[in-house]
Design a protein around this ligand. Structure first.
Ligand code: DX5
Ligand code: ZN
Length: 213
């Protein structure tokens, strides 16, 4: 599956870019919320996302790069989001946060920074619907893919298969046709792609190509 990331869209033409997503074969729209605390950048917040959600016909995959993400479960739910991803590193009581996201009627994803080991997921892997592996350090689009991520995807695939978890594997950062191919081969289910999609001359065609991986 392919989830284009709105972070690389043209913010002065959001409606046009969302219309492109709607017309494309994209499976989900990936939305990166930042707070300038958990990550060294600020992107967009709920007032903007309300408009995005109104225009977008694809399921919304919300990636919260913020401290205390549990404070915003209601706001994410109000967007009509399908998936709420919280960072492992941002949740002291991850088990409770996953429960609360499910209680709100959304799918729950747990996200790992590049330096956080897959092995730490052993006690939550059966409870989550998705694991989002960061393949760059979160905070910015257009960064270079971290090679070690391929091994992490393989390790996560093994953990999921061994435990009988139903979790999907999503990867985020530096995804292009080349890294995407290797990530899919390693076991990734969902590719997030920001600059690869939005910098392409033909964005709809690029989404089609990524889907063929
Ligand atoms: C980075 C975000 C990503 C970002 C990826 O912190 O989580 O979703 O948009 O951008 P690219 O695909 O350009 O690396
Ligand atoms: Zn993201």
């Amino acid at each position: 599956m392919i989830a284009p990331s709105l972070l690389s869209a043209d913010f002065s033409n959001l409606a046009r870019d969302i219309d492109m997503i709607n017309r494309s074969e994209a499976d989900w729209l990936h939305l990166d919320v930042m707070d300038g605390v958990f990550v060294p950048n600020i992107s967009f917040g709920f007032p903007v996302l309300e408009h995005v959600a109104r225009l977008c016909t694809k399921p919304l995959d919300v990636h919260l790069m913020i401290v205390q993400p549990e404070k915003f479960i209601r706001e994410v739910k109000a967007l009509g989001a399908m998936m709420m991803n919280v960072h492992y590193e941002a949740c002291t009581h991850l088990n409770r946060v996953i429960y609360e996201i499910h209680e709100a009627g959304m799918k729950a994803g747990v996200t790992l920074n590049p330096s956080t080991p897959v092995s730490l997921l052993v006690d939550v892997i059966r409870d989550v619907d998705m694991v989002l592996l960061m393949t760059v350090n979160p905070g910015f689009g257009g960064q270079k893919f971290i090679e070690h991520s391929i091994d992490k995807v393989r390790e996560l695939r093994r953990l999921i298969d061994e435990t009988g978890s139903h979790a999907l594997i999503e990867v985020d950062g530096g995804v292009n046709m080349e890294t995407g191919r290797r990530l899919v081969d390693a076991g990734a289910d969902v590719l997030v792609a920001g600059s690869t999609v939005f910098k392409a001359a033909d964005q709809v065609a690029m989404i089609h190509q990524l889907k063929s991986l």
